[in-house]
Structures are given as C-alpha cells and as structure tokens.
Design a binder for this molecule. Structure first.
Ligand code: AOF
Ligand code: ZN
Length: 354
C-alpha cells in the first residue's frame, strides 16, 4: 500500500478533481505490474496496472481507492480486474463518488477476496480535497503553508521574510502549488510581497491554479496578480459594499471580483467557481483568522533552523485552550527539506462512509 500511495502521488497537479490513485499487482509477493492515474480523463490506475502486466491471473491488486464500478470516461475497473482473473483486491478506502462507488461489492459478488481499510489514514490524507468535496461539499479544503524560524516567526524584526527557508523548501512550495485549485493570500501579503502566485516548479499543473486575494476593504489595482497576463485567473474577494467600485478598477483585465463578507462566504464563493482545494500562503493575520474560524483543514509548516528572536509571528493569539482540552491534529507527513523541516498536519481526516 505504501508503494500504491507513492505511485499515486505522481498524478499530483494532473488529475484533479479526480483522485490520486496508484495500483500494484502482485503474485507470490512479487510485483508483476504497477501504475498510477496520470492524467484527468485518462486510464485509471488499476486499468493501467493491468495493461502493464501481461498476465494477472491469480494476482493481488493493491490500490489506495476502491476500484470503480462505473462506466465513466473509462470502463469500470472492477470488471477489468475480474476479467483479468485477479483473485484478491486490497483497497485503502471506499470511493465516496456516488457515480463510481461500489466496486468492492461487485468484486465480492464475483468471488474475489476484498480487504478494505489498510492504509486508510494515509489514503484519506492523500486525497483530502477529493474526499471533502464528496463528503462535505460547499467549501474547498483549506491548507495553510507557513515558513518560519524555529521560534515560529514568519519575518525578522525588519519585516524581511525572503527567504527564511532554503532552495529545497522553495522548490517544494512550487510543487505544492501545482496540486491546488487556488493559491490565496491576504491583502497585506499581496501588497508587501506583490507575489505572482504562479507555479514555477517541477510539475506543470493541468489547469493553472486560481490566484485569490482576500482583500476585504483595500485593493491595490497595480499588483501583479491584477495586471499580468494571467489576470483572468485572479479572484479578489471584497466586502459587498465596495464590490462594484473594485470591479471597475480591476475587472477590465479579466479579474473576477466577488462580494464576500467573511471567510466562510469567501470560501463558498470559491466553491461556486469550482475551487475544491485552496492553499493559503500568508500572511500571519489571514492564517490566524482561518485557524480561529475553524476553517483551516491542513497546515504545511516549513521550519528553518534559525532563531529570529523578535519578528512577525506566524500564528497570532487566539482564544485560550487548556492542555486537557487541546485536541491533537493528525500527522500527515514529517520530513527534511534540505536543512529545513516539513510538518504536515490535518485538523481531522475525512473518511467516506464504509
Ligand atoms: C480516477 N482515477 O485511477 C480511479 C478513479 O471521471 P472518470 O470516469 O475517470 O471517473 C472518475 C471516478 O472514478 C473518480 O471520481 C473515482 O470515484 C473513480 N476512481 N478515478 O480518476 C483512478 N481509480
Ligand atoms: Zn476505475
């Protein structure tokens, strides 16, 4: 299953809104075929693994999502596994998609042995936006990305934040962007960094992510995201009473100007635009507001091994929580990025009904 999950990740940036899926075929403990879902609308992982394996009779198929039971853009994987003579299927989680789910039951009815639940935590984390969209529709899955010093500061006392983290972490940040439907910043960061919020890394996303500015009451029409050649992929969220004025200022370049009073309303507006996953890149005030509102579902925390003493904290003060009352977030990933450390935590994992 670890191998299936690792394979699945190769579809990052290319398959959304469909899930990341990897499949491994084994016989007598030996891998005889493996593949991943590589492109939206293309072959599913299971079908691609079967295609890579001349004879799968008697094999076991390990896959991070229940094989589909439907004829969609491609034929049903459950039928393909049966036809190939696969004997056993190990799937991490059920498929929540009402059109596609039920493959496990189809396989069982055909006499295959099916096991569900192995690796379900990692599988749920891997496809969090897909699962959230199916199980809790209405707003995108929201991730915060923060790069701080060891003492949790985003910037030094002079306000300088470029660059706290090293080159590996910056490349990772571009890889990360490729897998999200939208990249967001608050007004302050938009003005201070004037970021492009485009993907310039190892993966070219199938669809360039939306660039979102949570502007509320102040909009600087001269910012790159409003004036560059990609302005048609920019959304600015503003208070309802200034929406028309802002639309006159930046709408001409193709920027989408949306009236949204509050974060929840902003997220719902993004959902309506088709955004199923949002990566927030700053600043501290926006991150703190999302955390305080219970609207941050994941944090990607990159920690550089430096102390800054005084500066801009990544997370501002919020309502106190006692140690006894504090609930632990789920650890999704912990690893080194060059000299920096990456920690990925989810507020809670979302599982499909079993
Ligand atoms: C994928 N890749 O490897 C698997 C999927 O739109 P379709 O016809 O390609 O079907 C998409 C659905 O198929 C998807 O929502 C999920 O429920 C199921 N499994 N999808 O894109 C895959 N195994
Ligand atoms: Zn399928």
């Amino acid at each position: 299953m670890d191998r299936a999950l690792a394979l699945a990740l190769n579809g990052w940036g290319r398959v959304a809104p469909n899930p990341l899926v990897g499949a491994v075929l084994l016989r007598d403990g030996q891998v005889i075929g493996e593949a991943f879902h590589a492109e939206f609308g293309g072959a599913h992982a299971e079908a691609a693994a079967l295609a890579a394996c001349p004879d799968a009779a008697g094999a076991t198929c390990v896959v991070n999502l229940e094989p589909c039971a439907h004829q969609g853009k491609t034929p049903p994987c459950a039928e393909a596994l049966i036809a190939a003579g696969v004997r056993r299927v190990v799937a991490a989680i059920r498929d929540p998609d009402p059109a596609a789910r039920g493959g496990a039951d189809v396989l069982r009815r055909a006499g295959l042995q099916v096991e569900l639940g192995i690796g379900d935590q990692a599988a749920a984390a891997l496809n969090a936006p897909f699962l959230w969209a199916a199980v809790r529709p209405g707003r995108p899955f929201v991730a915060l990305k923060v790069a701080t010093s060891l003492d949790g500061l985003l910037a030094d006392a002079d306000g300088k934040s470029q660059w706290i983290s090293g080159p590996e972490a910056r490349e990772y940040a571009h890889w990360l962007r490729a897998g999200f439907d939208a990249i967001g910043v608050g007004h302050e960061t938009a003005v201070k960094d004037n970021p492009e919020l485009t993907v310039r890394g190892p993966v070219s996303p199938r669809v360039a992510p939306w660039r979102v500015v949570f502007a509320r009451r102040r909009v600087e029409p001269g910012l790159r995201v409003f004036t560059d050649g990609m302005a048609a992929r920019t959304v600015v969220l503003v208070a309802a009473d200034i929406r028309d004025r802002v639309a006159r200022e930046v709408g001409g370049a193709g920027v989408t100007v949306v009236a949204a009073d509050g974060l929840q309303a902003g997220l719902e507006a993004l959902w309506t635009l088709g955004v199923r996953s949002l990566l927030l890149e700053g600043g501290g005030r926006l991150a703190t507001a999302f955390l305080g509102a219970g609207l941050a579902d994941r944090v990607y925390w990159i920690q550089a091994p430096v102390w800054l003493g005084t500066g801009v904290p990544a997370f501002g003060a919020r309502d106190p929580v006692t140690l006894d009352g504090a609930r632990a977030w789920a650890i999704v990933e912990r690893r080194a990025l060059g000299r920096d450390s990456l920690l990925v935590v989810d507020r809670e994992l979302c599982f499909p009904a079993s």
